[in-house]
Ligand binder design. Structure first.
Ligand code: FES
Length: 138
């Protein structure tokens, strides 16, 4: 009986430690429901933007890899974020290039809604696919 209690306390302690570590890896963006549909907002403290489309939240890199323009001034078209300068499009769900002239994809971040707030991972979960060298987009 006493051994069970000790094991249970260790598990609780481990879970608390893991939750603390996860919180350090997240950046708070805003309150849940604060972003309006079609909105693109820069995330303070990260080179990323968060977008809301169709009730879903996505976070991708801030800078267009083609010529370095900030995508916060872009717009959302067909589940893509469109660069305001030359019109390259990047998939919101992973940062892949959907339309040139950009050759490289954007980093994509995890979005977590917890306790009434929206958080984004401090580090990207991956990088969107680039265009093929011969120019075809994925
Ligand atoms: S700067 Fe974004 S497509 Fe050219």
């Amino acid at each position: 009986m006493c051994d069970d209690l000790v094991i249970m306390l260790r598990v609780v302690r481990l879970l608390k430690r893991r939750r603390r570590r996860d919180d350090v890896a997240l950046v708070r963006v805003c309150a849940d429901g604060e972003l309006t549909d079609g909105e693109i907002r820069r995330i303070e403290g990260l080179p990323a933007v968060i977008c809301c489309t169709g009730g879903r939240l996505h976070a991708v890199g801030l800078i267009c890899p083609h010529a370095g323009v900030q995508l916060v001034k872009g717009r959302i078209v067909d589940d893509c974020i469109e660069c305001p300068l030359h019109g390259a499009r990047f998939a919101l769900d992973g940062g892949s290039v959907r339309r040139g002239p950009a050759g490289h994809g954007l980093p994509a971040y995890d979005v977590v809604v917890r306790d009434g707030a929206v958080y984004v991972s401090r580090h990207p979960r991956g990088h969107g696919r680039s265009r093929h060298p011969w120019g075809a987009c994925r």
